[in-house]
Each structure stands twice: as C-alpha cells, then as structure tokens.
Design a protein around this ligand. Structure first.
Ligand code: SF4
Length: 243
C-alpha cells in the first residue's frame, strides 16, 4: 500500500510481501492529510474486463473517482481512509499485506512475443514459471523482477534485481540492477538462455543473495560490495559486468 498526499507517493505497503507490509505499522504513520491506496493483485499486468468491472464497482461504491497505473503496471485504488482500505480488500476477496517473509515483490512482464510485434521471446510464460519457482522464496529484501520480450526492454530489466530480456537466440539474464535514488545497472549473468536455463541461473543468483546479503539489503547493494569474481565463481558462470 502507498501512503500519499496530493503531490507525492511513498511506498509503505502493498498487497504482496515486503518489509513494510504491516498494515498496522502503516496506520501509525498516517496524519490527517494523508490517505491510503490499495493495490489489488494483477496477474502479470493483465486485467480481465470482469475484474476491471468489479474493481470499478468497488471504487464507485467508495466514491473513488479514478485509478492510478503504477510504474510496475499495477492498478492502484488511491486516495481513501485506512478503514476504507480494509473494506476494499475484503470486497476484492484479497488479503491485506500478508505477514510473510520478504521475497519477490513483483514480477513485471511485457506483452512479449504473444502480443507485441517486436517480441522475440514469451515474457508472460517465463513470468509464470518464475512466479511458480520463486514466488514464495524468503529473501533478504524485496526483490523486483522485470521480464522484457525483446532488447527494447520495456520492463527496464537492467534496473531490476532480476532482469530478463529476449533476443532471437534466447534470454539474457541480468542480476543486481536497481532504479530509484541510487541506480545501478545490473550485471549480465548469461545470454542465449532457454526458459529452464533462466530458472536454473536465477535460482543460483538468489541462493547467493540469500546467503550473502545483510538483512534488507537489495541485490544492487550486495553486488556493489561483492568482488564480482567471487559471484561468478559461486554461481558457476562467468558473465559480463560493467564495473
Ligand atoms: S520489450 Fe519488446 S516485446 Fe516487450 S513490449 Fe517492449 S517492444 Fe514489445
């Protein structure tokens, strides 16, 4: 969920697991000028017409005039009181921020080869596989995944903790990227990968991350303080680093 005022939005909490995902903690930080947002689950950025109608009916019921599409392609129901947020979660039939270990924050995928004329690989299918493999894995901090179907990188894969983008001969896997206030372009782990090879290597990268990161340390910060040769040695491939 986000805590926001008219001019800015701060991430406090959303419908997925994050260190900030304690609804009560968010409430304590409120003041009279601030309102809450609800981010319903949207599977890989797809929203069916039925689901949109349901969300729209809920928003109308609470006099919420518009939605916000977030940078991560999620639909935010914005600008209401905390008690309304609780009601909205109930009406959606979804849980408020579940108190489970920090892990994959979201998997963002572009339309890919199925729906985009530039697509080289099936980003939506890979997103499904990554969600299944790592969606419930506890990790040191929130971990964002961006999967782009071609090298145009609409999902900004170079600045995601785990970034994947498609080329004619397969996937390129990037690890340790971050946007925000202290950006870092991720290191290219390997190229020309199949779906299964991506899953295998992501598993190795996350294993390294889980064993070596400090609590709440994002992958980019870990990679900045890690000797890159040690990283390549531990995951068993030698990729390309810009640093
Ligand atoms: S990354 Fe490529 S395939 Fe994906 S939406 Fe952008 S242009 Fe299309």
């Amino acid at each position: 969920m986000y805590l926001c005022n008219a001019s800015s939005i701060l991430i406090l909490h959303c419908g997925h697991a994050t260190e900030d995902s304690d609804f009560n903690m968010s409430e304590k930080k409120m003041n009279k000028n601030k309102t809450f947002n609800v981010l319903p689950n949207t599977d890989k950025g797809f929203i069916t017409t039925e689901y949109l109608e349901k969300v729209t009916a809920i928003a109308r019921k609470h006099n919420i005039p518009f939605f916000k599409i977030t940078s991560a392609q999620r639909l935010a129901i914005i600008g209401h009181e905390p008690e309304t947020a609780e009601q909205i979660w109930q009406e959606l039939g979804q849980k408020t921020g579940p108190k489970k270990p920090v892990g994959i924050h979201y998997i963002q995928a572009c339309p890919g080869i199925e729906w985009c004329k530039y697509g080289r690989q099936d980003s939506l299918a890979l997103a499904e596989k990554l969600q299944k493999a790592f969606g419930d894995l506890p990790l040191p901090a929130k971990t964002k995944v961006g999967i782009s179907g071609c090298a145009l990188n609409c999902c900004e894969s170079y600045v995601r903790d785990i970034g994947v983008f498609g080329k004619k001969n397969g996937w390129t896997l990037v690890f340790g990227g971050n946007g925000g206030g202290c950006p870092r372009i991720g290191d290219i782990v390997a190229e020309n990968l199949s779906d299964d090879e991506v899953i295998d290597l992501v598993g190795k990268c996350l294993d390294f991350y889980g064993k070596n990161a400090r609590r709440l340390e994002r992958t980019a910060r870990l990679m900045t303080r890690t000797k890159i040769d040690r990283f390549w040695e531990k995951i068993g491939v030698r990729g390309k680093s810009r640093y």
